[in-house]
Write a protein that binds this ligand. Structure first.
Ligand code: KOT
Length: 834
């Protein structure tokens, strides 16, 4: 790299490479400089917010240098890159992560202390980057951390939403959504006003025949919107590698506003065009595991995909290689079907713009893409109406029809005369109106399709994608079990536990190779180790108890069993079963004499999670949790024996505080519905035990940590279909304990019963699709086993230590290495010490 810098500039360049702070004093100098010059404030009135800003800018300066070097190194190496296309990146806070990954948190802590600040308070100032709904977006964020930490050449591509997921407020027990405008001050992004792409919508297609008799399609006459790149540096842990996350923002193509309209006095309309363009990247759709088929969402998808592919192709073209080498240089991973238009867009670029033959182009396309499926829920499988497609992306619809024709011809050859098969696998659903099935397009357009946990990957092969296994053979379908980054979810969230572990493993290397956790199992009988282990959990619970007091006013006893369920509110995740179980516990306690009650294990039931704004049943569940809390928490008979807490606005930074404080967490989805779950891994990694169903990654967690260390209950995935069938066509009675719970609600124990009738009648009158009643008894019994196990504190601590020691498999580093080898065919780029 150095040799490529022109001689006159080299001296200054070299000096600059050596800049950035080196020690505490240097750090302080940089913070003061940023406060006084960059922020134009004085150290006299430097509050925590200003300290956060300046501290971030000081770290940002360091990041930028490594970021530039990494990008140069990757460009020079000219090796294969992976592009992770995701509509969601749930990044959370960046400062703490940057300090830890760079390895300078101690320096910052000491420096900030000298300037009069506690580092924890400074970190707390940062607004979460909440560009995602839940597991899918957080997985993308963990993947970026692992890709950089493992020195892979990788970019993320997403949308720069002006509003991330809404902020949740609980008012009178109800969820209220407040917009999350997060871009006021964001030191972690770099606008690239010189990196723009014009994106076309609508218009029409003309076809002509060239001199060789080849048909040339031209798409024109549409509306143009400009995509502007914003880059976010992604530092790897304990490596100089710093990758890039590129987020696209939409802008009117004509610039600020239409001057012609403006000059002719039509000021309002000149601004309206601009606003219409900016609407595309304005807001994240707040639905998790649900597809609503809104036109603006399709616009978002094409806008982001087209800009990203233009960028990727532009970069490839600089290398002047032949097109057939494209898949040797580029791997593109589709995070669910949301970016599937990329398949069509690349085919369009190659055929319409670059003049390749269909076959050659299609070969390139299919060798480039991989598709990850994250859900089997039918309501989440994306479909777009053909008329909408025709209107918005006329050329893409033609290409989809051609792709489908060639695909169905190949199916016909393999399964002659099987008309039903053709109808089932077709990319077009012959409904009214016709629909484009995005998952089918993604499968046909990719060389590998993967699920996110073993059960899930098996399920997609035997249910929703069964026919495709017959068409393409089983090797196209594979499993990559999800993982989490131990940097954020252990070291950052639970520094004391991380420290204790490193004191036993001999180094912090377990943060790079999580299987080293196995070493701590040797200490599971070590008295001092166990004591410290328990003290850390207790301290984390004290911290959460303070937060609960501050935000809800409720006193909780940190010695009680903390039982946590935090995740998006969804019927399939069954928070309703949890709160029904809490009511059952309350009724039991009420029926006992004061003497008998004393034998009961005290519990705090903690809930958190957002409901999609239009998801009526999910909102009812939140309301019931709060209503039960209002009664139970003020019942003098109950005292510390039971508290029910709903934590407002669950997000990544709150997760970092809540997860290390849990004794027990709930992962209780109806078997076969939760593709993987990733918070289950986070809880166990922090020494919490799990109550859960045989679903998603719970199954592999059990295999790793041992059946004695997890509380499993409920019906199995293989039986769910028959049970549902029986609900509809056979005899069906609600579990007697659950009947008592319903009676209490209907008596008005928790306020107006009509407010909760939806939840009750879903179970009693509408077929209990999620098997709440079928699993209730087993759930209650297993909760009693939990109480008993918890009373044996020594036994509990052993379970906790054994579990953590055996969690090595669930690092996102392992997961990314599996993608790299099995799907992307890419190797890490060696980083020389600089
Ligand atoms: C689907 C449509 C829109 C938005 C989100 C989804 C979605 C989210 N589909 N699956 N997920 C979750 O993905 C996680 C990461 O793989 C899984 O752990 C989790 O089980 C899925 O529900």
């Amino acid at each position: 790299v150095e040799a490529s810098i022109p001689e006159p500039q080299r001296k200054a360049w070299l000096a600059h490479q050596a800049s950035g702070f080196k020690d505490k004093d240097g750090f302080e100098t940089e913070v003061v400089r940023h406060v006084e010059t960059t922020l134009a404030r004085s150290m006299y009135n430097c509050d925590e917010q200003a300290a956060y800003s300046a501290c971030s800018l000081a770290f940002r300066d360091r990041l930028i240098l490594e970021w530039n070097r990494t990008q140069q190194r990757q460009t020079f190496a000219d090796s294969k890159r992976v592009y992770y296309l995701s509509l969601e990146f749930l990044m959370g806070r960046a400062l703490d992560n940057a300090m830890l990954n760079i390895g300078q948190k101690d320096v910052a802590k000491a420096g900030l202390a000298e300037l009069g600040f506690r580092i924890e308070d400074v970190i707390e100032q940062e607004h979460d980057a909440a560009l995602g709904n839940g597991g899918l977006g957080r997985l993308a964020a963990c993947f970026l951390d692992s890709l950089a930490s493992l020195n892979y050449s990788a970019w993320g591509y997403g949308l720069r939403y002006r509003y991330g997921i809404f902020k949740q407020e609980i008012i009178d027990g109800y969820q209220v959504e407040v917009p999350d405008y997060w871009l006021d001050f964001n030191p972690w992004e770099f606008p690239r006003h010189d990196v723009t792409v014009d994106i076309q919508f609508y218009g029409h297609v003309t076809k002509r025949t060239d001199d060789n008799g080849k048909t040339i399609a031209t798409w024109g006459g549409g509306e143009i919107v400009k995509a502007v790149a914003y880059d976010v540096p992604i530092p790897g842990y304990a490596t100089p590698s710093t990758n890039n996350l590129r987020l696209w923002s939409s802008k009117a193509a004509s610039g600020e506003f239409d001057f012609q309209k403006f000059n002719s006095g039509d000021y309002e309309n000149s601004v309206a065009d601009q606003q219409r363009a900016e609407t595309i990247s304005a807001v994240l759709y707040p639905n998790d595991n649900l597809d609503r088929g809104k036109e603006l969402r399709l616009k978002q998808q094409y806008f982001w995909v087209a800009a990203s592919l233009y960028d990727i192709v532009r970069r490839f073209k600089k290398s002047r290689r032949a097109w057939k080498e494209f898949p040797d240089q580029v791997a593109i991973q589709l995070n669910d079907t949301h970016p599937t238009l990329a398949v069509v867009e690349l085919q369009r670029i190659l055929v319409d713009l670059e003049g390749l033959d269909w076959e050659e182009a299609w070969n390139i396309v299919t060798n480039t893409f991989g598709y990850t499926n994250h859900t089997v829920l039918p309501e989440a499988l994306e479909k777009w109406s053909v008329p909408l497609f025709q209107h918005l992306l006329p050329r893409h619809l033609q290409l989809i029809y051609d792709i489908n024709l060639f695909f169905l011809q190949s199916v016909e050859r393999k399964f002659p005369k099987d008309r039903e098969m053709l109808a089932r696998v077709s990319i077009i659903e012959e409904s009214q109106p016709k629909m484009v099935r995005m998952a089918h397009l993604a499968i046909v357009g990719s060389h590998k399709v993967n699920g996110v946990a073993e059960l899930h990957s098996d399920l997609i092969k035997t249910t929703i994608f069964k026919d495709f296994v017959e068409v393409f053979g089983p090797d196209k379908f594979t499993n990559v079990t999800n993982g989490i980054t131990p940097r954020r979810w252990l070291h950052q969230a639970n520094p004391r536990l991380s420290e204790l572990i490193s004191s036993k493993t001999g180094s912090q290397n377990f943060l790079k190779d999580l299987t080293e956790l196995a070493k701590i199992e040797h200490y599971k009988d070590d008295k001092a180790f166990r004591k410290e282990w328990a003290e850390i959990k207790y301290a984390n619970k004290v911290r959460l108890a303070k937060h609960i007091k501050k935000t809800t006013g409720v006193d909780v006893n940190p010695s009680a069993l903390f039982d946590v369920q935090v995740k998006r509110i969804h019927e399939y995740k069954r928070q309703q079963m949890n709160i029904f179980g809490v009511i059952h516990r309350y009724l039991t306690l009420k029926s006992l004499s004061p003497e008998e009650r004393k034998k009961f294990q005290p519990r705090v039931s903690i809930f958190g999670g957002k409901a999609a704004p239009g998801y009526w049943m999910a909102k009812q569940i939140i309301h019931l949790i709060n209503a039960v809390g209002a009664v139970v928490n003020n019942d003098k008979d109950i005292g510390d024996l039971l508290k029910v807490i709903f934590l407002e606005d669950y997000n990544v930074s709150k997760a970092e505080m809540i997860i290390p404080a849990s004794d027990l967490s709930e992962h209780i989805s109806t078997a076969g519905t939760e593709a993987s779950g990733t918070s289950n891994m986070k809880f166990v990694l922090n020494g919490g035990l799990i109550i859960g169903t045989c679903d998603g990654a719970n199954i592999e967690i059990t295999r790793e940590i041992g059946e004695q260390n997890i509380f499993l209950f409920g019906n199995l995935a293989e039986d769910v279909e028959d049970i549902r069938h029986n609900h509809t066509y056979g005899s069906y009675t609600v579990d007697p304990d659950l009947v008592k719970v319903f009676e209490a609600i209907e008596k008005g124990t928790f306020g107006e019963p009509n407010d909760f009738m939806g939840m009750i009648s879903a179970v009693r009158d509408h077929g209990d699709f999620y098997l709440v009643s079928d699993d209730f008894h087993s759930y209650i019994e297993t909760q009693e086993l939990v109480d008993k196990a918890y009373r044996d504190q020594e036994g509990w601590i052993t379970k906790s230590i054994e579990s953590v020691a055996r969690m090595g498999f669930f690092s996102s580093d392992r997961c990314i290495n599996e993608y790299a080898e099995g799907i992307w065919n890419i190797e890490p780029l060696a980083v020389k010490d600089q």
